[in-house]
Design a protein around this ligand. Structure first.
Ligand code: SF4
Ligand code: FES
Length: 319
């Protein structure tokens, strides 16, 4: 049993972890700022990671058997830990410098349209650039642009904002028998697309919106209804025949204006939900209210301070 566990050091903190774990998942066992940011890795999506390079870390020593360091930074999401490994993340100036370049690269084509983007306030790229970005860009060419299209009757694709993390493609692989969209073309021409435009109509397609780290995929039923920091997220459930029925309801006053899956600390969906729950259940009587959500006080969504307002939850508990 003990043989399954190994010891590594991340940013000076010693931790016992399981063989086969990645550096990223081991750092998540410690938590806090030493966890590298991840724009493409998603723990519930097989084969995710290795695309964005935001999770790069420095290896000071590979293992007890191999005391060499690594000349190159490695992606922590798909590098396995080895016994005796010494890793630097926030304590490495090389990593912090590289992360700035990565953010700059991710923003090469991404428009700075946060004031009008529905994802603002809950955008992983916005948070990443706030923490690790620079004010300047070295890129002087024109950004590539695409027309906004609907890929399915409730999902809008704003390709200009896509960072090609592949999460939406992988969630299609995971939840449907026949994925209807993917990445077409290569290099600077690569884009998310459906083969025949506008044809995604499976019961779980809405999950693409939840896994998208930026505002490239948005919910047509929520678009421009409110800014996320004016809403109140409340955990609720219903007996659903297709999915677990455990969701987050986003209230504007007394009205449910959006339904999403619940997410964990790392912004990853806990249980995927069906399109019925997401798009067609926006009446209070359809839900059993459970609890308020634990919104981090660093998040702009917490500005609503709705935890003091318990009457709000009791009033909603109508069935
Ligand atoms: S649309 Fe969103 S989830 Fe899909 S590849 Fe682009 S950024 Fe990633
Ligand atoms: S999260 Fe590791 S490469 Fe994207």
């Amino acid at each position: 049993m003990l043989k399954d566990y190994i010891e590594v050091i991340i940013d000076g903190i010693k931790i016992k972890t399981k063989k086969g774990f990645s550096i990223l998942n081991t750092s998540r066992l410690i938590g806090g700022d030493i966890v590298p940011p991840a724009m493409c890795y998603y723990s519930s999506l097989p084969n995710s990671g290795g695309k964005c390079r935001t999770c790069l870390v420095e290896i000071v020593k590979w293992s007890n058997k191999n005391i060499d360091n690594s000349p190159k930074l490695v992606p922590s999401c798909n590098t396995e830990v080895l016994d005796g490994m010494i890793i630097k993340n926030t304590t490495s100036s090389k990593v912090l410098k590289a992360r700035k370049w990565i953010v700059e690269m991710l923003l090469i084509n991404h428009p700075l349209d946060c004031p009008i983007c529905d994802q603002a306030g809950e955008c992983e790229l916005q948070n990443l650039s706030f923490k690790h970005g620079t004010e300047k860009t070295n890129y002087s060419f024109e950004r590539r642009t695409f027309k906004e299209i609907y890929i399915g009757d409730k999902i809008k694709l704003h390709m200009n904002r896509c960072i090609l993390c592949y999460r939406c493609v992988l969630v299609g692989d995971l939840l449907t028998n026949k994925r209807l969209h993917g990445v077409i073309n290569r290099g600077n021409k690569a884009e998310i697309s459906t083969y025949i435009k506008n044809n995604i109509d499976n019961d779980y397609s809405g999950n693409m919106i939840d896994v998208c780290p930026v505002g490239a995929l948005t919910d047509k039923t929520f678009r421009f209804k409110s800014r996320v920091w004016y809403t109140k997220p409340i955990k609720a459930r219903r007996n659903c025949k297709k999915c677990c029925g455990k969701v987050m309801l986003w209230y504007d006053g007394d009205n449910i204006i959006r339904v999403t899956a619940r997410k964990n600390l790392y912004n990853e969906v806990i249980n995927f939900i069906c399109n019925d729950c997401r798009f067609h259940c926006k009446e209070n009587k359809m839900w059993i209210i459970e609890d308020v959500d634990n919104i981090s006080n660093k998040s702009v969504i917490s500005t609503n301070l709705y935890k003091d307002d318990t009457s709000f939850i009791i009033d909603k508990n109508i069935i």
